[in-house]
Design a protein around this ligand. Structure first.
Ligand code: MLT
Length: 249
């Protein structure tokens, strides 16, 4: 019995990157980075469409180092495409024709900052609704504690990343292969919110502030897509400074 409790894995949700240094889990953990609108959905889409690698960059100035060196440069601040970038941050920009076999350098307002922050983890992978179950299955194979790091908005809480966290907690709670210790209040809160929202997810998403920010900028054609679960098996993992797809496709 004691053995069974010891083997249980804790799951914790950091609702914003600023909470990450205060996380309760300090060792033997993997981090799932989530920025549903839109960075991590975009990263998953790029890999789904055959991208070779993605270099996430936190500082916007650093993308200049990669300019004119055969990389595709993608980036936004406050949702708006950077002037010196080839692509913005819409997943619909990252088509097969554009990204297959290419290395992309990307910087975003929140998503790439969260990746930068999590570098102390045993492994870092990228989650979105697109690859929800694939990430859930990957976690069950790791036998580690789990931190879901929500990119949020400028260190503030957001609903959409928390909903993803709740969906992933639900998947792991239902999984027979993951011995979950569901004792952390953050994971319970995310699960409760997801339980409310999933009844009519797109209707609930209307409450989120970034949905309306994107609408004001006429960038909200992606909403339904960003909340579509399980259309991809990609597992983007951060290894040696870049993201690569480690799924066995
Ligand atoms: C981010 O990283 O903050 C976002 O993905 C913002 C966006 O481009 O929608």
């Amino acid at each position: 019995m004691e053995q069974q409790i010891e083997n249980k894995k804790t799951i914790e949700v950091c609702f914003t990157p600023i909470l990450y240094p205060y996380k309760l889990i300090k060792k033997d953990f993997v981090v799932i980075i989530v920025d549903v609108l839109r960075a991590t959905t975009t990263i998953c889409t790029a890999f789904q469409n055959g991208a070779k690698a993605i270099v996430p960059i936190a500082n916007v100035e650093d993308i200049n180092k990669y300019k004119n060196n055969g990389f595709i440069i993608a980036g936004e601040r406050d949702g708006i495409k950077l002037e010196n970038a080839d692509l913005g941050n819409s997943p619909f920009n990252f088509t097969k024709e554009v990204v297959a076999d290419k290395t992309i350098v990307i910087t975003t307002t929140n998503g790439t900052q969260a990746i930068e922050m999590a570098k102390d983890a045993d492994s870092i992978v990228i989650g979105s609704f697109l690859n929800l179950n694939a990430i859930g299955n990957w976690i069950t194979e790791q036998n580690k504690n789990v931190i879901i790091l929500c990119a949020g908005w400028k260190n503030k809480f957001n609903l959409e990343d928390t909903l993803f966290a709740g969906a992933l907690v639900e998947y792991l709670s239902d999984s027979l292969n993951f011995n979950l210790n569901l004792s952390c209040d953050s994971a319970i809160a995310a699960l409760d919110l997801w339980t409310i929202a999933k009844e009519d997810l797109l209707d609930y998403v209307e409450k989120t502030s970034h949905r309306h920010r994107l609408k004001r900028m006429v960038l909200d054609d992606v909403i339904e897509y960003c909340f579509t679960p399980n259309v991809s098996e990609v597992i983007p993992a951060y290894i040696d400074g870049k993201l690569i797809d480690i799924s066995e496709k």
